[in-house]
Design a binder for this molecule. Structure first.
Ligand SMILES: [Zn+2]
Length: 350
């Protein structure tokens, strides 16, 4: 396979924000009439009481926020619905959309497995259930592959709000399931990073030293200044504040050959930027230093913006020209943790 068969590599997409509100709502309606799983049935009823019409549900999931912390709240609504028994339904539909509407060749889907198992389990039981979740995601993607041949792998997210031991367990599970999982990530509100910074660094270091690939959300908002994380990351989740506010760190990023996963629409949704013009220096400084940037959607279903449109908007707002756009598209394949094919460069002629 070459990347010319299909166009895009998506390296930063959260499972919570990858399933369209319409699909989530249809799932709730199915569960309402299906009593075979009483837990899921009751949960669906409680959601439908709160969101009696689809429009209300959609508005809640897609509303703009003024901070990252508020933005992340939407995941708390979706995560309880994405338990193991529902995952085949959602994975099939998200891969179908990625194939049909986005021309995706390669997808790294990320999520926190701990948030998709029942709360309060002892750690050993939690570990088993997380493994089952990961296995279910992998098998669902494999089953969908016949219809929608996307190269698919998983990234497990740690969370800045979770205790050190829980995040450590997520890394250990990633190590035990290397066929299904390509890397670990760290996500969550900035305030919790500051409170738990030492434990987060320790777990990232452990992941790196154990041979795992790593990416991490940092330098996304003006508050997300965590320079110590950089030495443990293969890629940087967002990282836009490095060129904008901390350009001295660019030398280190260039030397480490770290790629920035830039998700433009997110920054509007979190109130981090107000106009595309603010993104111009991000690309300008990085290109000047030879730092790669890949464009991603982060939570495309909450944004209503699929990957090709993220590229197109950067182009039409004059942030990138065609040649630079192609450079970012190729960087997606080059920095993918598991892309098995060649990288087609024919569009370099642009
Ligand atoms: Zn993200």
């Amino acid at each position: 396979m070459t990347s010319s068969d299909r166009n895009y590599a998506e390296l930063h997409l959260h499972l919570g924000g990858a399933v369209l509100p319409r699909i989530l709502y249809s799932y709730l309606q199915r569960r309402k009439v299906d009593k075979s799983n009483l837990g899921a049935h009751e949960l669906a009823l409680s959601y439908l009481r709160k969101y009696p019409v689809y429009e209300k549900f959609e508005r809640r999931l897609t509303r703009p926020c003024d901070t990252l912390t508020k933005y992340l709240e939407a995941h708390k609504i979706v995560e309880p619905l994405q338990k193991q028994e529902a995952l085949p339904y959602f994975i099939y539909r998200l891969l179908r959309g990625a194939f049909v509407f986005e021309n995706i060749a390669y997808l790294e889907l990320r999520y926190n497995p701990y948030f998709r198992i029942p709360k309060g389990l002892p750690l050993s039981e939690a570990r088993n259930q997380m493994q089952e979740v990961i296995q279910t995601v992998a098998l669902s993607a494999q089953a969908a592959h016949k219809e929608f041949p996307i190269v698919f792998t998983q990234i497990l997210c740690m969370d800045s709000r979770l205790p050190r031991e829980t995040n450590r367990m997520i890394v250990e599970v990633a190590l035990e399931m290397k066929d299904e999982v390509c890397a670990v990530d760290i996500a969550g509100p900035d305030e919790a990073y500051r409170e738990n910074e030492e434990a987060i660094l320790d777990n990232l270091k452990f992941a790196k030293e154990s041979g795992l690939k790593t990416t991490g959300h940092c330098f996304e908002t003006a508050d997300g200044y965590f320079p110590k994380m950089l030495e443990f990351l293969d890629r940087i989740g967002h990282g836009i504040q490095i060129p904008l506010k901390h350009p001295k760190l660019l030398t280190q990023v260039a030397k480490n050959k770290q790629c920035l996963e830039v998700c433009p629409t997110t920054y509007f949704r979190t109130g981090t930027i107000k106009s595309y013009n603010e993104l111009k220096p991000v690309f300008g400084h990085c290109f000047d230093m030879g730092i790669d940037i890949t464009i991603c959607t982060d939570n495309s279903a909450f944004h209503g913006v699929r990957l090709p449109l993220e590229y197109e908007r950067l182009l039409t707002h004059g942030v990138l020209d065609f040649r630079q756009m192609e450079k970012c598209r190729e960087a997606g394949f080059r920095h993918a943790f598991r892309w098995p094919g060649q990288i087609d460069q024919r569009r370099g002629a642009l």
